[in-house]
Design a protein around this ligand. Structure first.
Ligand SMILES: Nc1ncnc2c1ncn2[C@@H]1O[C@H](COP(=O)(O)OP(=O)(O)OP(=O)(O)O)[C@@H](O)[C@H]1O
Ligand SMILES: [Mg+2]
Length: 464
């Protein structure tokens, strides 16, 4: 986060453009929010604590890209990110419970990120150590009678005359070479692996225990159990995999990881609260009624406002966590949220409904576009798939029409339509349609496969 190469707002938008079509207003605002976090980290300490993030409320119909924007944003920022559905807290069994779990999830994510980064740092050193262990198992080292004991990972090395010692050294170097060239990956060796302790000893959590204390007890028990060494015969390739984890964790300082993870979550973390409209007054269908919905909002307040949350990695303050809330607000309006909560989401962005043109672009342009996905899938079978321009126009038009006539599910409609279109093809490859075939999807194909379904409203309700 604090390097000079951090993306500018314009660059962030450009990055989002690779995956999301349109929605420029939303992109601009999340880009500003993200850059602001970097700006804040580069302000003098006395003001840094005062600068609070401008939480964002995204308003837009279903399937127009709200979640996608938030998810991509977190990727760009390399920041801990977690997503919750606000409505889950109103469900039976959840009521009044554990809204803080979203913060714990965030810290968990942060720990994973920090750990992964540290792993990367020590990877080289660890694989060096693994190589030594494997080599020792292949050609145990010897030491010359004329020498002081050398350091080796082997449990014991025998003392031998100088000549033998030199021969041993030479052989070891030859084998080291072979190992590095991957010439012996299938050869079997004996290694010691630590069997994870505590297996089969689950802790039954009573209803009164919260998640944190339960996890702590589990951890404690695991640490108390002696780690047993187990001798196993495995191929060198497997040995590498088994040993590397162990060597990596020896080299990583978990206390450091915890500390860094808490700081990272505190300063760069993002929590995405989806379906926030479902906890607004009068939003209907979720169980629990207005009372419990308002209760959830009240539970959310301190977290969004900034409070200390206890996690198994330490205490995290949520003051500078960025919250992005999203909802369709079909039935309820943002003003149906309790005023205190509304006030905590000062930036409102409305997402546009997607047009037929947007659909066409969504089919073609994003890096993960559906057409690209299916082309890649079939390429795995050595079948070449191509979409004609007018076939895509037809598809986009149909998706738009079904959204208008049946139910508007936004760009998700493209998924259902596309999978229906290609269903038969996907089944016939490779049995009927062999490798090296080339399939061109034409406008006629689209009409043939889908037009009937569209005309029949009852069918399209279920199938598309
Ligand atoms: N503007 C867009 N550009 C590209 N793809 C999009 C766009 N909008 C939606 N999609 C695609 O449609 C799917 C659903 O989008 P997303 O999950 O962002 O919807 P949402 O707005 O969060 O809906 P909901 O309110 O139901 O949660 C995703 O696969 C996403 O890639
Ligand atoms: Mg969503």
């Amino acid at each position: 986060m604090d390097n000079k190469s951090f993306l500018t707002p314009k660059e962030i938008v450009a990055e989002l453009d690779k995956y999301i079509i349109g929605q420029n207003d939303a992109k601009r605002n999340v880009a500003i929010a993200l850059r602001n976090r970097w700006r804040r980290m580069n302000t003098p300490a006395e003001i840094q604590d005062e600068i609070v993030p401008n939480n964002i409320l995204m308003i837009g119909a279903t399937g127009v890209g709200k979640t996608e924007i938030a998810r991509r944003l977190a990727k760009i920022a390399d920041a801990p990110f977690t997503k919750v559905e606000a409505s889950k807290f109103t469900e039976v069994g959840y009521v009044g419970r554990d809204v803080e779990s979203m913060v714990r999830d965030l810290v968990e994510q942060s720990v994973n990120l920090v750990k992964a980064a540290k792993k990367e740092e020590v990877k080289e050193k660890a694989s060096q150590a693994v190589e030594d262990i494997i080599l020792d198992s292949l050609i145990p080292p010897m030491r010359s009678t004329s020498q002081k004991p050398i350091n080796t990972t082997a449990e014991n090395s025998t003392s031998v005359p100088q000549d033998d010692y030199e021969l041993n050294q030479k052989t070891r170097e030859r084998f080291r070479e072979k190992l590095r060239n991957g010439e012996m990956e299938d050869r079997k060796i004996d290694i010691n692996v630590k069997a994870p302790a505590g297996n089969g000893m689950g802790v039954v959590g009573g209803g009164m225990m919260d998640e944190t204390s339960m996890i702590n007890i589990q951890d404690m028990l695991n640490n108390m159990m002696p780690k047993k060494n187990k001798r196993r015969k495995v191929t060198i390739a497997e040995a590498r995999k088994l040993l590397i984890e162990e060597e990596v964790s020896k080299l990583i300082d978990m206390d450091e990881v915890k500390e860094e993870a808490i700081a990272k979550a505190q300063n760069t973390g993002m929590i995405f609260i989806d379906e926030i409209d479902k906890i607004a007054k009068g939003s209907g269908n979720s169980s629990g009624g207005d009372v419990s919905r308002e209760g959830v909002q009240r539970d959310l307040l301190p977290i969004v406002e900034g409070s200390a949350v206890n996690t198994k990695y330490g205490i995290i303050h949520t003051d500078h966590v960025l919250f992005i809330a999203a909802g369709a607000f079909h039935v309820s309006k943002p003003s149906d949220l309790i005023p205190e909560l509304q006030g905590r989401f000062p930036i409102r962005v409305e997402l546009d409904s997607l047009t037929k043109d947007d659909f066409l672009r969504i089919l073609k342009e994003p890096k993960n576009a559906l057409t690209r996905q299916y082309v890649a899938l079939l390429k795995a079978e050595e079948v070449e798939l191509e979409f004609n321009e007018d076939s895509l126009e037809e598809l986009a038009g149909m998706a738009f029409q079904i959204n208008a006539e049946v139910e508007n599910i936004g760009a998700r409609r493209l998924h259902t339509v596309m999978s229906k279109l290609l269903n038969e093809l996907l089944f016939d490859v490779p049995d009927k349609i062999g490798p090296n075939a080339k399939i061109v999807v034409t406008k006629e194909m689209v009409t043939e496969k889908l037009a009937g379904l569209i005309k029949n409203k009852d069918l399209s309700h279920y199938i598309l």
